[in-house]
Write a protein that binds this ligand. Structure first.
Ligand code: HEM
Length: 473
C-alpha cells in the first residue's frame, strides 16, 4: 500500500514537472516570451474550486484578491481542465474582447454546450455566429423603441405592482422574474401570462436553468440530465407555436414573424434563437432590477433623486398614459443608477475565451489553446479606475462615457450583449412605477452572492407599502 502511494505520488510529481516544462520553458526556448506568473494548483482540477468559491458579488473574492496581490493583474492558473490566463487588467480584457475570432474565441465549458444546444449563440463561432448575431441585432433594433413593445413592458410592470396592493411583504427576485419572463415571452413568442403555453415554458425553463448551473452528470434524474430534457421539451413547444403561426398565416408584424421570414437561418437555428432570447432576457434582467433595488436601499439620497426624476416625467402625463421612448430618453439619473447597479452587482463576473494563436501582450505570452478569462468584476471594483470603488455612487456616471474599457457589464467586441438596451428599458420602466407607488424596506440583510452566477440567497425579501398620494398605476 505504501509502495503504491509512493508510486502515485511520483507519477503526479513527474506530471507536474512535465506540465511546467511544456508550459513554461518550451515557449521560453522558442523565444515566444514568458507566460505570466501564477500557479497551476492541484492536478486535474487545478484552481477551479478556488475560482468558483462563493463571495459577495460586490467584492473580488479571495481567489482574485490573493492572486492579484501575489502575481499582479494578469496571472496564469489551471481552471475548467485547461491551463489559463486570468485577466483583471482593463487593457487586456478589452484586447481579448476586440480580437474575437482573430486571436481568441468564445469557449464555454463542454457541459454548457450540452444544455444550450449546438446552435446556441454562446456556443457557435465564426460565420454561424455572425449570421445568428445579425438576426439578433436586426430584431432588437426594430423592436426596442416600438410602442407595442414599450407598452407591453409598461403594462406588465403595473400588473405586477398592482398585485402588491394587498401584500405587506414580497420576495423581490420572484416578482422581478415574473416580470422579465412575461415580457420576453410576449415579445418573442407573442404569448400572454395567462396562456397555458406560457406556464408550460416557465416550468421547463426553471428546470433548464437549474441544470445550467449544476454539476454536469448525465445520469437520469440529475439536474443536468433533467435540464437537457427540459430543453428538448421547450424546443418542441416553440416548434409547435412556430408551426401554428405558419398554418394560420397570421401577420402580426412582431419578433416571431420577422424571425420566421429570416431565410438565412435553418429551422433549428430559429428555435435555438428563441431559447437564447428567453435565457438571456430573463434571469440577468431580473437580477439587474434586484441589484438596483438592493443598492438604492443603501442610498436614500439616490432614491430621492430618482423619485424626483420620475415625478417630473409623470407630471406631463395622464394617469393611464403609457411611457414612451422620449420618456425613456429623459431618465438620465435612472441610467446612472442602472450603470452603478451593474458595476457594483457584477451580474456576469467573467466570460470564457481560449487563445486560438500564440498571443503576446505587455511582454507576456498567452499560449495557443490556453483558456483565457477576462474578469469584468475585477475591473469594475478596481480602486485605481473607480474612486471609492466599493461605494454605490450613481453620480460617478454623470458626463462619463459608458462604453469605456473600465465598464463592461455586457461584454464587448463582436459578442457584446445584443439585449443590453432591452434590459435597461425594462429596468427603467419598472423602477418608474416602483418609486412612484411604493416605499420599501429590506426585510432582512440579503447580499448578492457570486457562485459565480449571481444570486440573492433569500430572494431579496422586502416589506412594501403603497404610497397613496402619487400614482402612476
Ligand atoms: C442585465 C442584463 C444582461 C446582462 C448583464 C447581460 C450580459 C451579457 C454578457 C456579458 C454577454 C457576453 C457573453 C460573452 O462575451 O461570452 C452577453 C451576451 C448575450 N446576451 Fe446578454 N445580458 C443581459 C441581458 C440580455 C437580454 C435582455 C438578452 C435578450 C433578450 C440577452 C441576450 C444575449 C445573447 C443572445 C448573448 C450572446 C451574444 C453573442 O454571443 O454574440 N442578454 N450578455
Amino acid at each position: 500500500m505504501v509502495v503504491f502511494g509512493a508510486c502515485l505520488f511520483l507519477v503526479l510529481l513527474v506530471g507536474l514537472v512535465l506540465r511546467s516544462i511544456f508550459n513554461h520553458y518550451i515557449p521560453l526556448f522558442l523565444n515566444l516570451g514568458l507566460t505570466p506568473k501564477g500557479c497551476f494548483g492541484l492536478p486535474l482540477i487545478g484552481e477551479t474550486l478556488s475560482l468558483l468559491k462563493p463571495h459577495s458579488s460586490n467584492s473580488l473574492g479571495s481567489f482574485i484578491q490573493q492572486h492579484c496581490s501575489r502575481y499582479g493583474k494578469i496571472f496564469k492558473s489551471h481552471v475548467f481542465g485547461y491551463p489559463a490566463i486570468v485577466s483583471c487588467d482593463q487593457e487586456l480584457n478589452y484586447f481579448i474582447l476586440q480580437n474575437e475570432d482573430k486571436l481568441f474565441q468564445c469557449s464555454y465549458p463542454k457541459p454548457i454546450h450540452g444544455v444550450l444546444g449546438k446552435f446556441s449563440m454562446l456556443v457557435v463561432v465564426g460565420d454561424t455566429h455572425k449570421r445568428l448575431r445579425n438576426t439578433a441585432l436586426t430584431l432588437v433594433s426594430t423592436s426596442k423603441s416600438k410602442p407595442e413593445y414599450l407598452n407591453d413592458i409598461d403594462r406588465e410592470a403595473t400588473r405586477i405592482l398592482n398585485s402588491w396592493e394587498t401584500k405587506k411583504q414580497v420576495i423581490f427576485c420572484e416578482e422581478a422574474r415574473k416580470f422579465t419572463f412575461n415580457v420576453i415571452v410576449k415579445q418573442v413568442l407573442g404569448l400572454t401570462p395567462d396562456d397555458p403555453q406560457t406556464t408550460k415554458i416557465l416550468e421547463d425553463f426553471l428546470t433548464f436553468m437549474k441544470g445550467l448551473i449544476s454539476f454536469p452528470l448525465k445520469i437520469p434524474g440529475t439536474p443536468y440530465a433533467r435540464a437537457v430534457k427540459a430543453r428538448i421539451r421547450i424546443s418542441s413547444t416553440v416548434k409547435a407555436i412556430v408551426e401554428e403561426r405558419r398554418r394560420n398565416g397570421e401577420k402580426k408584424g412582431d419578433f416571431l414573424e420577422t424571425l420566421l421570414s429570416a431565410n438565412t437561418l435553418s429551422e433549428d437555428e430559429k428555435v435555438s434563437f428563441v431559447l437564447d432570447s428567453l435565457l438571456g432576457g430573463y434571469e440577468t434582467t431580473s437580477l439587474l432590477m434586484a441589484m438596483a433595488v438592493h443598492f438604492l436601499g443603501q442610498s436614500p439620497i439616490a432614491l430621492r433623486q430618482l423619485k424626483l426624476e420620475h415625478q417630473n416625467i409623470r407630471k406631463d402625463k395622464k394617469k393611464d398614459d403609457y411611457l414612451n421612448w422620449e420618456d425613456y430618453r429623459k431618465m438620465e439619473f435612472t441610467q446612472n443608477v442602472i450603470n452603478e447597479a451593474l458595476r457594483c452587482g457584477n451580474i456576469v463576473k467573467f466570460v470564457h475565451r481560449k487563445a486560438i494563436k500564440d498571443v503576446r501582450f505587455k511582454g507576456y505570452l498567452i499560449p495557443c489553446g490556453w483558456k483565457v478569462l477576462p474578469v469584468f468584476s475585477a475591473v469594475h471594483l478596481d480602486p485605481s479606475l473607480h474612486q471609492d470603488a466599493l461605494q454605490f455612487n450613481p453620480w460617478r456616471w454623470e458626463n462619463q462615457n459608458q462604453t469605456c474599457k473600465k465598464f463592461t457589464p455586457f461584454g464587448g467586441g463582436p459578442r457584446f450583449c445584443p439585449g443590453s438596451e432591452l434590459a435597461k428599458v425594462e429596468t427603467a420602466f419598472f423602477l418608474h412605477h416602483l418609486v412612484l407607488n411604493f416605499r420599501w424596506e429590506p426585510k432582512e440583510v440579503d447580499t448578492p452572492m457570486a457562485y459565480p452566477y449571481v444570486e440573492f440567497l433569500r430572494g431579496l425579501p422586502l416589506e412594501v407599502e403603497r404610497i397613496l398620494v402619487e400614482s402612476s398605476i
